[in-house]
Write a new protein. Structure first.
Length: 102
């Protein structure tokens, strides 16, 4: 499975490629540093990687966002079940810096 299949990129950039003014769109993997994780398994594997620096947890009314900072990308996983989010928070690696945001 390729990166583009696993993760959805938040942003794209437009690049002029021809003289007639048309533009091409490139995924953010070539320029930006944010990816969205769709599966809980992928999130847990990402959180346990060696290059993971920190995790920020942002709680909203409808959902909880887990933001995993790795060396190259900021991975985001969104969950709507707050009880599952709390269980997941407790299962994070103990040596990792976890910060709760408002």
């Amino acid at each position: 499975m390729e990166n583009s299949d696993k993760y959805h990129f938040y942003e794209t950039i437009e690049v002029n490629s021809t003289n007639d003014g048309t533009t091409n769109t490139l995924p953010c993997a070539t320029c930006h540093h944010a990816c969205k994780i769709e599966e809980i398994k992928d999130f847990l594997l990402t959180a346990r990687r060696k290059d993971t620096k920190s995790i920020k947890i942002k709680k909203n009314k409808e959902n909880v966002k887990f933001k995993v900072r790795c060396s190259r990308y900021l991975y985001t996983w969104v969950i709507t079940d707050k009880e599952k989010a709390e269980k997941l928070r407790q299962s994070l690696p103990p040596g990792l810096a976890v910060k709760e945001l408002k």
